[in-house]
Write a new protein. Sequence first.
Length: 163
Amino acid sequence: MLSSSFRKSPYVLVDYYSDNDCNVLSQTFAFLADGKCHEFYDVSRVTSQRTTVYANGRVTIEGPSSHGSGNEPCSSAYEVQVDQPAANINTGTCIQTTGQMSKKYYSVGTSPPTDTAAASSSTDTTNSVTNATTTASSAEATSILSSATLLIGAVVSTMVMVF
């Protein structure tokens, strides 16, 4: 269960859909959302991300910049890859982005306050990204994800990011 993996830490679930209307679930990822940099293995390389859930409900996911030398894990050259307002979190809203899979976002908890410098210099290599195949312990997330959980069990993802 996600509650066992993340304990009392905040986390963000992202459901990825292969269609524009968010009807065909492809995979679900869970990100530790403590505002710190976390390294993980992404198919053929080590990379990193920093996920934050703000007190106002906004969610950001940052990763190494795709420009220049920012591809090193936990480098200071991070760029925002996801920036979703609270209105799109825990609502089941289907977010369509040109050239990407459609997504739905869910969060449990909020990140502790942290400044950017501290977040970029702090590295943790445990529990950063989990390919989720179970329901969350939160009543909100469980009710929203209950139907998705059945589909996830039947989906084989080509990306394994479990530590």
